[in-house]
Design a protein around this ligand. Structure first.
Ligand code: C2E
Ligand code: MG
Ligand code: MG
Ligand code: MG
Length: 282
């Protein structure tokens, strides 16, 4: 990029690199401040029960209310938070934000669970279990309304610690879900050994369902194997009617994605109609 063969290309790349670093540093300073000021909010994406056609869960998805850049997505700020050691504070704040809204959502919507994403480094940190224990002290039945979504990366980072935390959470009454299933090394061994209730079939598989027969085979095999272990399956990133039809044919339990709803504001979530089927194919 920018190399005209006169040696300036290297300099140009280096300058670009420096600019990126400055941008990141600025962002981490802003992020630190925003965490202190709690300048974040949650969106909620409905998860549809494919047998009844109704919303059964909602996934909480964090957003940064950035003063200049508007609503910022996690892909932009979570890596920065991880690099600059802010992830446990940010993760702690996202739990706090969800907890503030649990009562309101549960009394209006009577969902089975709200689900929250926890980044592996936060999940494996000392402060995580402590924070949840404190939470239970102040909100004794919170765990029955919450599913904790983790990725298989926790097993790669520290297998023994990950297993121990999963068992502790289960003992505290939380449900555990494996997110982005199919992108890591997707070991069914963990599904069999650990109290995991749900897996989330990654959106990259769902996207390929319309295109690639081998992905259809993998998706239907994952659904079957999970069911044989007593584990339910959520398909994420469902965008088309034909993806949905495939998932229904293969007895996938739940689905979420823009075909049904994009991540909603809390107001939109609370205004959703109840008792109507959201499925077009029934
Ligand atoms: P994820 O948990 O896999 O979340 C699913 C992502 O798919 C969300 O992106 C959602 O907005 C997006 N999505 C929804 N419908 C569709 C669709 O039809 N097609 C496709 N391709 N994608 C769809 P989002 O909100 O940008 O979040 C990205 C990731 O950031 C999440 O992936 C999760 O790993 C992480 N994240 C989000 N909120 C939190 C949080 O509160 N705490 C932590 N630690 N991580 C979070
Ligand atoms: Mg998730
Ligand atoms: Mg996911
Ligand atoms: Mg995903």
């Amino acid at each position: 990029k920018g190399d005209k063969g006169n040696g300036s290309g290297y300099q140009f790349c280096e300058q670009e690199h420096i600019n990126k670093n400055i941008e990141r540093t600025e962002l981490s300073v802003e992020l630190d401040k925003a965490i202190t000021e709690k300048g974040f909010f949650m969106r909620f994406q409905p998860v549809i029960d494919l047998t009844r056609g109704e919303m059964i869960f909602a996934e909480a998805l964090l957003r940064w209310k950035h003063s200049k850049k508007g609503e910022m997505l996690p892909e932009k700020f979570i890596p920065v938070a991880e690099e600059s050691g802010l992830i446990t504070r940010l993760g702690g704040l996202s739990i706090e934000l969800l907890v503030q809204q649990v009562d309101r959502i549960m009394s209006a919507k009577r969902l089975e669970k709200l689900t929250i994403n926890i980044i592996p480094s936060h999940f494996l940190s000392q402060s995580f279990i402590v924070q949840l224990q404190e939470l239970i002290n102040t909100h004794p039945d919170i765990s029955q309304y919450m599913t904790i979504e983790i990725t298989e990366a926790v097993f790669l980072m520290n297998i023994e610690a990950a297993k121990s935390i999963i068992f502790q959470l289960h003992g505290m009454g939380f449900s555990i879900s494996l997110d982005d299933f199919g992108t890591g090394y997707s070991s069914f061994k963990y599904l069999q050994e650990l109290p995991i209730e749900v897996i989330k079939l990654d959106s990259s598989f769902i996207a390929e369902i319309d295109i690639d027969p081998s992905h259809r085979t993998i998706a239907s095999t994952i659904i079957e194997l999970s069911h044989s272990l007593g584990i339910k399956v959520i398909a994420e990133g469902v965008e088309t009617n034909s993806q949905l039809a495939f998932l229904q044919d293969h007895h996938c339990d739940f689905a979420q994605g823009s075909y049904f709803f994009k991540p909603l504001s809390i107001i939109e979530l609370l205004h959703m109609q109840r008792g109507v089927s959201l499925l077009p194919n029934s």
